[in-house]
Design a protein around this ligand. Structure first.
Ligand SMILES: Cc1cc2nc3c(=O)[nH]c(=O)nc-3n(C[C@H](O)[C@H](O)[C@H](O)COP(=O)(O)OP(=O)(O)OC[C@H]3O[C@@H](n4cnc5c(N)ncnc54)[C@H](O)[C@@H]3O)c2cc1C
Length: 472
């Protein structure tokens, strides 16, 4: 860097025009565009500040994998991974999105503007050639694919002070460590923190040399049981909801049936952020003995860790701190999805950003007005506090009930992300069997005039946990 160069005056390039201008090429927007282009004659301009599609996956740590099966991730038109429980890696995901983008561009109806920032009003500014601006004329809608923008430690500094002489890396730095440290200190108990711990343990690091600083104990989703039992729509979840009378009983019920996991059975978790793990992974984490639960860190100095509550902890010699404290899901508050001239992509299932992107494109293509589309799906916020999970689950179940009616069985069956056709995940026999049960149940409800109503459990959750004010 040789000092800053004053920004040149904007030069407007010959304009582009399209039906949809899509801002962001992360996983949510890619699922939206894939569904839109493959099921209509629409033209799209897609713009992203990054050089490649895939959003935050570009910045993720080298050893990250999907937390949920790839069979339910990506876009509708193309399989990701090898099916079943396969959790694809960062590089497989990035290669996948590059292939998807190329195939969409090959239709001649997608224009891709990488390394470009949308400034609003269709003005797309090159981040490489100062002042070069392309004006995009939009015939139908601007699609905001940035509302779920995911934060990762590589792009966000720690939320505590780090004094001189402290060796601290974001989780991505762990993959590049070039010497052994006497002690590894992982800060954070979300999925990123668990990934750092598992990486260290899997590389053979002695659990005695690992310290884990947990500011909030979390509940985790049990990947094994979610897969076996059909997730939150499955019998175990439905039964636990039916039996519970309050929030504590809901968590007890989900814990008892194995849908939720926690590291230490003696510690009552205070957060639920929907991070997903397997029972084997949790067993590995339980081998750690040096688990520090003193609340959030205020400052790390060379000699000690100082917590916000005032407690202090002496540092071990030759420690490498690994920061995993970034909350990935601090999304903007929920807002109306279909607005005049604009669609704000948000989750409508929990936690399923890519299915949500695809479903919103499916709804957009219906010959219906925005009020109707907004009445079918309400935005689902990312859960943080204990109550959030069940409140948002209520919204998600209600959305799914209405989607069944509006989109119909065949639409859902032909969309791999929706989770009705489970052949990719469970194999042909079981997948077809479950599809038959869902189809029969939908047919029965259609004949009895109850299709599209909320499920009993969805209604129960919506009554127990009414929507927060901020939600429209
Ligand atoms: C470690 C990890 C594992 C995960 N595993 C799973 C999983 O297994 N299953 C699952 O369903 N979800 C998983 N998730 C959730 C994940 O966040 C979503 O799957 C998804 O990647 C979010 O994508 P997005 O497109 O909404 O946001 P992002 O990936 O953040 O993409 C937004 C894009 O918008 C661009 N942008 C922002 N502003 C502008 C602008 N003004 N102009 C142009 N471009 C702009 C950004 O550069 C970015 O590329 C995981 C998340 C993490 C962190």
């Amino acid at each position: 860097m040789h000092g800053s160069v004053p920004a040149p005056p904007p030069v407007t390039m010959p304009g582009l025009s399209c039906d949809y201008l899509v801002v962001g090429a992360g996983a949510t927007a890619m699922a939206f565009v894939d569904e839109l282009i493959n099921n209509s004659r629409s033209t799209v301009v897609m713009v992203d500040t990054r050089a490649k599609p895939g959003g935050h996956w570009n910045d993720a740590y080298d050893f990250v994998r999907l937390h949920q099966p790839a069979a339910l991730y990506g876009v509708n038109s193309r399989k990701l991974g090898t099916g079943g429980p396969d959790l694809t890696s960062k590089y497989q995901i990035l290669a996948y999105y590059e292939t998807v983008l190329a195939s969409l561009a090959a239709t001649g109806r997608l224009t891709w503007l990488p390394h470009t920032r949308h400034q609003g009003g269709g003005r797309c500014l090159s981040l490489l050639e100062g002042g070069r601006e392309t004006l995009v004329t939009v015939r139908r809608k601007v699609v905001d694919g940035t509302a779920l923008a995911t934060r990762v430690p590589a792009t966000h500094p720690p939320n505590y002070d780090v004094g001189p002489g402290v060796s601290l890396v974001p989780i991505g730095g762990l993959a590049r460590v070039e010497r052994c440290w006497a002690s590894y200190v992982v800060v954070g108990a979300g999925k990123t923190g668990l990934d750092a711990l598992l990486y260290l343990l899997d590389q053979g690091v002695d659990p005695e040399r690992i310290r884990w600083i947990v500011s909030n104990s979390c509940w985790y989703l049990n990947r094994d049981v979610v897969m076996e039992d059909g997730g939150m729509d499955g019998p175990k979840a439905q039964e636990a909801i039916k039996k519970a009378n309050n929030l504590a009983e809901l968590y007890q019920g989900f814990d008892k049936c194995g849908l939720f996991l926690r590291v230490n059975k003696q510690v009552e978790p205070t957060k639920m952020r929907a991070a997903t793990v397997s029972e084997t992974e949790i067993e590995k984490i339980r081998r750690l003995k040096d688990v520090v639960r003193k609340g959030r860190i205020e400052r790390i100095t060379k000699d000690k860790v100082i917590f916000i509550g005032g407690e202090e902890l002496k540092s071990q010699d030759d420690s490498l701190y690994i920061d995993c404290s970034t909350s990935g899901t601090l999304f903007v508050p929920c807002q109306t999805i279909f607005q005049p001239g604009r669609i704000v992509l948000q989750m409508v299932q929990l936690p399923a950003p890519t299915m949500s992107g695809a479903v919103l494109a499916g709804l957009e293509l219906l010959s219906q007005d925005d009020d109707f589309k907004n009445s079918v799906v309400k935005p689902v916020a990312a859960p943080h506090e204990l109550e959030d999970w069940f409140r948002e689950l209520g919204v998600a179940l209600a959305n799914f009930g209405r989607l069944k009616k509006v989109m119909g069985f065949w639409w859902m069956w032909r969309r791999r992300l929706v989770g009705v056709n489970m052949v990719e995940m469970l194999g042909l026999g079981l997948g077809l069997f479950i599809g038959f049960i869902i189809a029969s149940s939908m047919l029965f409800k259609w004949l009895t005039g109850t299709l599209g109503g909320n499920t009993a459990t969805g209604t129960k959750l919506e009554i127990m946990f009414p929507s927060k004010e901020k939600k429209e």
